[in-house]
Design a protein around this ligand. Structure first.
Ligand code: G3P
Ligand code: MG
Length: 242
């Protein structure tokens, strides 16, 4: 059975460093995180990179869609200055760079497949094939809101545990989870309750929850049985939930 730590650093430590950058992952490790979550998406020319949004505007000095620009152009963008001048020059990491850093720092990870519309299968296939090549560490968790992406991950790397993500858990979650053979069901913490968590456990799966930055809320979720939560403040959470 996959061992998932209770506290997972969401996009690194995004209150202290620009999200989904190597600096953010280093910071999460310094704060004591055992695992980080990150998002992986494809450039126009099909390179897997660590990036959350569809658009470049919020977290780089570029504009337009990630899916519309080539890797070479993406790498000229600054993914740190929007956060603070101290991070000027930080780049959007490749998937390979992120995994190499995790190995160096002893971090485990949850890779969330974040496909652009129409590239659900391709994104999972490329990300899993790439990750398989460069990761020899402990089993990661591979997740997505996209059922197509989770199914493709299962095809490429069946031995790596999978999770299906929801905002509000869908009525048919049992069928979806069984079909995709997932170890975890993830949900927005605002839409979780004790009964649903117990039902997922009774179905033999773990419950993950995002994005929880308040310790009081985390306490309640843990008291309901949540197995792991994603947080933007890993250091603070780990103080309360070591
Ligand atoms: O995987 C948990 C969480 O990261 C899902 O939402 O939008 O932050 O990728 P988002
Ligand atoms: Mg994510």
């Amino acid at each position: 059975m996959l061992k998932i730590p209770r506290i997972i650093a969401h996009r690194g430590s995004p209150k202290a460093a620009p999200e989904n950058t190597l600096a953010s992952f280093r910071r999460a490790a310094r704060e004591g995180a055992a695992w980080v979550e990150f998002d992986v998406a494809l450039t126009l020319d099909g390179r897997p990179v660590v990036f959350h949004d569809d658009a470049l505007d919020r977290t780089t000095d570029g504009a337009g869609l990630l899916a519309d620009i080539s890797f070479d152009i993406l790498r000229d963008l600054d993914a740190g200055s929007w956060f603070s001048s101290a991070f000027k020059g930080e780049m959007v990491p490749t998937l390979e760079e992120a995994l190499e850093l995790f190995a160096e720092l002893g971090l485990g990870f949850n890779m969330e497949i974040k496909p652009s519309a129409g590239r659900e299968v391709e994104t999972a296939e490329v990300a899993l094939a790439t990750a398989r090549e460069c990761w020899n560490g402990p089993l990661p968790l591979i997740s997505s809101f996209s059922r197509l992406s989770v199914a493709a991950a299962k095809e490429v790397q069946p031995g790596w545990p999978r999770g299906i993500l929801f905002d509000r858990v869908a009525e048919d979650w049992r069928d979806v989870a069984a079909k995709l053979d997932v170890v975890s069901v993830g949900a927005n913490h605002r839409h979780l309750d004790r009964e649903l968590i117990a039902a997922v456990h009774a179905d033999g799966r773990k419950v993950t929850s995002y994005t929880v930055n308040e310790s009081e809320r985390a306490s309640l979720l843990f008291s309901w049985g949540v197995d792991a939560l994603f947080t933007d403040v890993p250091g603070a959470m780990l103080k309360n939930f070591p």
